[in-house]
Ligand binder design. Structure first.
Ligand code: PLP
Length: 434
């Protein structure tokens, strides 16, 4: 443990609630002192004490190409030289919207996008748009899915809410929480029952394209397509939240791996993380008819001082242009290797586990049997994760500081980085077995 991290954390705790600006960074569920980072490059991050780690967090997804890719940094620097923020439209925003639409293609139904700054805003706006367009109030979400921290979407949410074992958040008025129906994931009967119980009242079903915020919870084959059909039959919209999966699991996100082949598309997509290349940028997109309900054309209000920020747009454009088939192939291969090594190491120590997977995303669940829904993810020996995590950290490998988070590989994880991960795993597995 570096004294420099202890000192940084002590100082931060006096100035910031919990010493952090986003809860999971506090290491609450793994204990110990969070590493305070000062730089990152490729597959590595460096803490305030000068120690380098192979990073498996990737800024929670955005660092698809690895940290500080030189061409992305150059694009941001070039944009910065022309001004940090104008509060007016720029041609590059249109370019990014066109690039996203083109990458998903006509079958996605995306004709227009609205750029925002965070995934939270993207899903919050998508919900408001769905309500505005349908004239209905209720929203269906799935337990263990995380769609950001807007009031109505925190019920039984994944990510930090799951890490802290919270049912939701204080400060959300009961009448607002009551507008969200939380259902078990991968359970179509529950969805049918909700529609039957609230005829004509459900505005939208929102789902992570593939669940990855309660550990990885992959949709069962046909689940997303059936959601599409059920929602349409009931006059509700389907919002596919690709904030985490979009442009990460493939060039056209999870939908590109599934919906494009199966011939279905949601009414609205939400994007974040990779689309901003590590800068604050997110988006929602859909048909022109639907998107034109947004102000200034329509009555559904949404705005943002920094929306479409030129630096963020430059980072997003550069990242998407560099995210070619080769980059995804490298990530897929690295993820297959690391997930396999994790499993081998735990098996060698006799630790019961499964590795839930959704394309290149995976996590560890210390249990036997498949993880289909949030209740399964919670029913595991989660106490095995902190010693596992800390053994990796001691060996210079920074895994996500919660068992309920996915592991993120990048296109920059080369042999040297992968070797370090592999070498660290037997000791970590021994710690998990203890
Ligand atoms: N939706 C999903 C699926 C996410 O994983 C996240 C964040 O992890 C969000 C929405 C919220 O995004 P942000 O943290 O940028 O507000």
């Amino acid at each position: 443990m570096s004294d420099a991290n202890d000192a940084a954390f002590a100082r931060a705790r006096a100035a910031l609630p919990g010493g952090v600006n986003s809860p999971v960074r506090a290491y609450g569920s793994v204990g110990g002192t969070p590493r305070f980072l000062v730089s990152a490059r490729g597959p590595y991050v460096t803490d305030v004490g000068g120690r380098e780690y192979v990073d498996l967090v990737a800024s929670w997804g955005p660092a698809l190409l690895g940290h500080a890719h030189p061409e992305v940094v150059a694009a941001v620097q070039a944009a910065a030289a022309h001004g940090l923020s104008f509060g007016a439209s720029t041609p590059a925003e249109t370019e990014l919207a066109e690039l996203v639409s083109a990458r998903l293609g006509d079958a996605s139904g995306i004709e227009k996008l609205r750029l925002v700054s965070t995934g939270t805003e993207a899903t919050m706006t998508a919900i408001r748009l769905a309500r505005g367009a349908t004239g209905r109030d209720l929203v269906v979400k799935f337990a263990g899915h995380y769609h950001g921290h807007s009031d109505g979407l925190l019920a039984e949410a994944g990510s930090g809410v799951a890490t802290q074992g919270l049912p939701g958040s204080a400060g959300v008025p009961a009448p607002i929480a009551a507008q969200t129906l939380v259902l078990p994931y991968n359970d179509l009967d529950a969805v049918r029952a909700a529609f039957a119980a609230h005829p004509g009242r459900i505005a939208a079903v929102i789902t992570e394209a593939a669940g990855a915020n309660a550990g990885v919870l992959a949709p069962e084959p046909g689940f997303n397509r059936s959601l599409r059909e059920l929602a349409r039959a009931e006059g509700a919209l389907l919002i596919l939240d690709e904030v985490l999966t979009g442009f990460r699991v493939g060039p056209a996100g999870w939908w590109g791996l599934e919906g494009a082949d199966e011939g279905w598309a949601p009414d609205l997509f939400t994007f974040g993380k990779v689309v901003g290349g590590g800068m604050p940028l997110a988006a929602l997109g859909g048909s022109a008819v639907l998107m034109d309900h947004l102000a200034p054309l329509g009555p559904v209000y949404q705005a943002g001082t920094l929306s479409g920020n030129p630096l963020a747009v430059a980072a997003g454009l550069a990242t998407l242009r560099l995210a070619d088939a080769d980059a995804y192939a490298r990530i897929d291969a690295a993820s297959a290797l690391v997930g396999g090594w994790v499993s081998e190491a735990l098996t060698a120590e006799g630790v019961a586990h499964v590795i839930p997977r959704a394309s290149s995303l995976f996590s560890i669940a210390f249990r036997e049997g498949a993880v289909r829904e949030y209740a399964d993810a919670k029913a595991q020996e989660a106490w095995r994760y902190p010693p596992f995590f800390h053994a990796l950290l001691d060996a210079g490998v920074s895994a996500p500081p919660s068992v309920f988070e996915a592991w993120f590989l990048t296109a920059a994880h080369d042999d040297a980085a992968l070797d370090r991960i592999r070498a660290a795993l037997p000791t970590a597995a021994r710690a998990a077995a203890a």
